[in-house]
Ligand binder design. Structure first.
Ligand code: ZN
Length: 1020
């Protein structure tokens, strides 16, 4: 850059920073403040207004971590401000280098009605557009002392993440509380100058850049730096021509939508998100009123429901703005959930509860799935997105990839079943855009579809307590609408963008399979209790629905709609993309574990109550089978008399090499150290354990990622490993359940017990592990080296499986050194395979080795426990249980069945009579994932089935005669134009394509009468 240009730029920057910006609110008088500190949790505004307020002096410290202080501000408009635009400016002690993640405030009028939030970069409160002299001013600010947990990069451990361990010292001091005159000319001048100064930095040397610099130089000449307010208009005159020069007709178009990515819990507890949403929406509805071109989008039905229930006055403003079409409900989900770990049913319910809320409250059906921040996206999603009726999908997170650059920005995403969803990955690489010239120019440069597509989406605004879009961003957008040298910006609903993009790219490139995030691999394992709670909760609510449906249809109990809705909503909230992944503060996970415990109890109670009502009075023992498999003499979904098992106990031989257990199907040798040194499929004689490389081996790794402890598992963790191969005790026992070998191991500061059980008549043996875990920054895995030349590992995902190469030929495969799984991972050679099952974990890795002695071997390792220290310094400390299992000589379908057996234990119930299944499916390769009554409370029966392994399947489905023929419906349980699949044939037979999910709705013939207890209740 030449020196003359440099001088102009430096001059302009200094005048902007030191004179123009301060001049925006230069006329000021201090407000009188008084404060009242709450002793504990937040209270309603109506109660807060009546607190005892004590005088507060600006500069005094306030707010221990997580506390709330109410400030009362009073003042008088000076005579000379008559007719001027007057605002208040409140700086609670913000660190404006961060837009959010710290203290925040919500201003209320003297009646307790929210006005607008104050945030680090949005500190103003409207007072009057035309003030009258002598106006008495009074308002309140509810100030939340949320600690800043990000200020010690690289995110060091802190005790501030839980109210139970946080420091009692005040964290903030109010810096400023003034009444000011808002100088519109100076505000506009600042934006003119900022936009041009940033734009010229992105331009090559040439006439446009030179013209901008010349205009800036002249504008600075026009300013009297001692009388900025009086000279701002003439400075603006000097910039008018360069700002009016239009963009080229081929410029990239940013479809901007106002946004605030508000994590439903993260570095704050759930209760604080309730307030964050209220603050942000109170500001955004005001911004919408004042700027007719502005469009704002907010996701997560849960966040709207919080607002409705906690800040109804703000909610009313949102409802009006939604009806006006400019406050746009986004995403059609209950929360922006994790998109890898939730079960298929959970993803369906995210859509069902999300869309139902938006329809009921606003008459709006979201057309796209908005998941900018979730940590990767399973290959099952395209089908589920389409079958829920959505037309598009958006992610931003792939810009976080550590290794590979995702090749497309606008593309079709094809899932495991072949469904394709039109998708967009905005090249701006942030969901907190501020519309800076560098953001826009960078996105234009990166945009992979620029040859044929006109633009991309920009989500504009500060999230997570930053307060959303600012009036400065709106001012920028106005200038950038049509400005030479810059991409264009227009506020627009994402639906309109997607319609245009789809027309421009009817044959957009196709990405097949999962959208893996090459980062945050540790989130598959961090906070094991939270993950276990999710897995159990998912299973138990689905089972509760089954037995409750059976009881309602058989006329013995009302269907507990409200209870089930409440359970689902709680579960769905906790699948939020920082709760289930284990990346929240201690407070969030402490509460989550308590919540899961209540949820599990409530779901169990529904099953128990339904089963007792179904079997009636009596003392006979019954077995209730809530799974879709026939087992233990009980057919799927039935309650049958318990039968004594006549299976032969496995044969045990103890010798110096350990103990050999033979159940007639498999023969296993366990060494005196509790390691599996041999596992043979008896029918084929096939040995699966490589010589000298025992299975069931616990491995302890150092796990100290470069940053983001709870999120990231860095590849270098593999450089450090300790094998826990020594046992401190070893015992063998036998009972009706089989032969059990129990070993105990002490290591470091921890202790673990593994109880290996070989049951009769099964090719699966299970290991129950209890761990007293007191490690920090370590990862515990259990390894199963296998004599298998496996080309792929196949892991269960939502309603199916995903296949991943075991080799690392390309950088894409190398980057996947940790994979996700649901209940199992399967590895095989043609004709022989092994399944590894887990009851509560989601991460695994595969290591492929080859040597002359063993040939190619495949080692599968389940990730059991981590112990990151940020943001929860005590993550995962204490007692844990895991159950995992090893199925020898099984194919994928067999492994799916084994996983179901592990996942859904049969129940014992005492009563009078057996219960026939409400639904039967005559083939085992069509799996029932849900049996429930329709969410519209019509009494119709909903049965959802899927094909689990990727081949074609058919089965005949039978339901009670009270129901008419089943019809294929959407995941939202309705008839639709969406591609929902084929209805059953006349005899009830369904035909499923590979991995197809089919939702069937069976209309009830008779309206609910005394014998049909479909219940009523009111929906919330
Ligand atoms: Zn997020």
């Amino acid at each position: 850059m030449d020196s003359a240009s440099r001088l102009i730029i430096d001059r302009t920057q200094r005048v902007l920073d030191e004179r123009i910006r301060p001049a925006i609110s230069a006329l000021r008088v201090p407000l009188e403040l008084a404060s009242a500190e709450l002793p504990g949790e937040p209270i309603a505004a109506a109660d807060a207004l009546g607190l005892e307020y004590l005088p507060y002096r600006v500069g005094t410290a306030w707010g221990a971590a997580w506390s709330t202080v109410w400030f009362r501000a009073t003042g008088l408009v000076p005579d000379e401000w008559h007719g001027l635009r007057v605002e208040a400016v409140i700086d609670l002690g913000f660190d404006s280098t961060l837009p959010g993640f710290q203290c925040e405030g919500l201003a209320y009028d003297p009646h307790g009605t929210p006005i607008k939030a104050v945030n680090p970069r949005n500190q103003w409160i409207p007072i009057s557009d035309e003030a009258c002299c002598g106006d008495q001013i009074e308002f309140f600010v509810e100030a939340a002392a949320n600690p800043d947990l990000l200020d010690h990069l690289p995110l060091l451990p802190t005790w501030q993440g839980d109210v139970l361990t946080a420091s009692p010292d005040p964290l903030y001091a109010v810096r400023r509380a003034d009444l000011v005159v808002f100088d519109v000319q100076c505000h506009e001048l600042a934006l003119d100058v900022e936009v041009l100064l940033e734009l010229q930095a992105e331009l090559d040397d040439g006439p446009r850049r030179a013209g901008i610099l010349l205009a800036l130089d002249r504008a600075m000449d026009a300013i009297d730096v001692h009388r900025v307010g009086e000279t701002a208009a003439s400075a603006r005159d000097e910039l008018r021509a360069v700002l009016a020069s239009p963009a080229s007709s081929s410029e990239h178009i940013f479809s901007a939508v106002g946004h605030a990515h508000i994590d439903s819990a993260w570095l704050w507890p759930v209760r604080e998100t309730v307030r964050k949403v209220a603050r942000t929406t109170s500001s955004m509805t005001r911004l919408l009123e004042e700027n007719p071109e502005f469009v704002y989008g907010m996701s997560s039905a849960q966040q709207y429901e919080w607002l409705r229930d906690h800040r109804p006055e703000v909610y009313d403003r949102v409802v009006d703005a939604v009806r006006g079409g400019r406050f746009v409900p986004l995403g059609g989900m209950w929360v922006e959930s994790d998109a890898v770990m939730p079960s298929g049913e959970s993803i369906v319910r995210q859509f069902l509860y999300g869309q139902s809320f938006f329809r009921r409250e606003f008459g709006v059906t979201c057309r796209g799935v908005w998941l900018p921040d979730s940590f990767g996206y399973s290959g099952a999603l395209p089908q589920l997105i389409r079958k829920a009726g959505f037309e598009w999908f958006l992610s931003q997170k792939l810009s976080w990839n550590q290794v590979n650059t995702f090749p497309h920005h606008t593309f079709f995403w094809e899932g495991i079943d072949g469904s394709r969803i039109f998708s967009h990955f905005p090249p701006i690489d942030t969901y907190n855009a501020r519309l800076s010239a560098s953001e826009l120019a960078g996105a234009r440069r990166r945009f992979a579809q620029s040859a044929r597509a006109s633009g991309s989406i920009a989500a504009v605004g500060y999230g997570d307590g930053g307060g959303g879009t600012t009036r400065e961003m709106i001012g920028r957008a106005r200038r950038l609408a049509d400005l030479e040298g810059s991409p264009r910006v227009m506020w627009e609903q994402p639906d309109d963008f997607f319609e245009r993009a789809r027309a421009e790219l009817p044959d957009a490139p196709v990405w097949v399979g999962e959208l893996v995030l090459e980062a945050h691999r540790g989130t598959l394992t961090s906070q094991h209790h939270t993950k276990q709670g999710n897995r159990r909760g998912e299973r138990l609510i689905v089972e509760a629905e089954l037995w409750a449906t059976t009881a309602a249809v058989r006329g013995v109990l009302d269907y507990p709609y409200d209870e089930l809705d409440a359970l689902w909503k709680t579960l769905l909230l906790h699948q939020f993309h920082d709760i289930l992944p284990g990346s929240s503060i201690a407070w969030v996970h402490r509460e989550a574990v308590e919540t899961y415990s209540r949820l599990i109890g409530a779901a169990e109670a529904i099953s128990r109550r339904s089963l007792l009502a179904l079997v009636g009075d009596g003392e006979a023992e019954f077995t209730a089978n809530g799974s879709s498999l026939d087992r233990g003499g009980a057919s799927a979904f039935s309650v049958t008399p318990a039968t004594a098992t006549d299976a032969l106990r496995p044969v045990v031989h103890e010798h110096c090499d350990g103990v050999q257990i033979d159940n007639g199907v498999i023969r296993v040798v366990i060494s005196p150290d509790g390691l599996i040194t041999s596992a043979v499929d008896i029918s084929t004689g096939r040995e699966i354990i490589p010589k000298g490389r025992p299975a069931g081996l616990l491995q302890l790794h150092q796990d100290f990622p470069n940053t983001r402890d709870a999120w990231d598992l860095d590849e270098h963790y593999r450089h450090h490993v300790e094998n826990l191969a020594q046992a401190d005790s070893f015992a063998v026992e036998s009972d009706n359940d089989g032969v059990h070998v129990t070993v105990e191991r002490r290591f470091s500061r921890s202790w673990v017990r593994q109880r290996i059980t070989v049951a009769p008549n099964t090719r699966t043996f299970r290991i129950e592990q209890t761990t007293d875990w007191h490690e920090h920054e370590r990862l515990l895995k259990v390894a199963f080296p296998l004599s298998l030349h496996a080309e792929y590992s196949v892991a269960e995902t939502q309603f199916g499986c995903v296949r991943r190469p075991t080799h690392t030929n390309t950088s894409w495969q190398t980057a996947q050194f940790e994979h996700s799984m649901h209940r199992f991972v399967h590895v095989a050679e043609p004709g022989f395979g092994v399944g590894l099952l887990g009851d509560s974990t989601y991460g695994y890795d595969v290591i492929r080795d080859a040597d002359p002695e063993h040939g190619v071997t495949t080692t599968v390792r389940l990730s059991l426990l981590r112990s990151p220290r940020f943001p929860d310094p005590m993550a995962d400390q204490g007692g844990h249980t895991h159950v995992y299992a090893f199925a020898i000589g099984t194919d994928l379908l067999g492994t799916t069945a084994a996983a179901t057996e592990l996942d859904v234990p049969v129940r014992s119930v005492r009563g009078g009579s057996a219960v026939t299944p409400i639904v039967t499916v005559d083939e085992p390769d069509v799996i029932v994932s849900a049996v429930k009554l329709a969410s519209d409370r019509s009494g119709d029966l909903i049965v959802r089935v899927y094909e689990p392994i990727g081949r074609r399947a058919s089965a005949r489905i039978t339901v009670p005669s009270e129901y008419g023929p089943g019809q294929a419906v959407s995941l939202l349980e309705e008839h639709t134009d969406a591609p929902v699949g084929a209805s059953p044939g006349p005899d009830g037979t369904v035909r499923l394509a590979p991995f197809e999910v089919l939702t069937l709705r069976y209309p009830v013939h008779r309206r609910p009468g005394p014998e049909h207890r479909f219940g009523k209740g009111t929906r919330s």
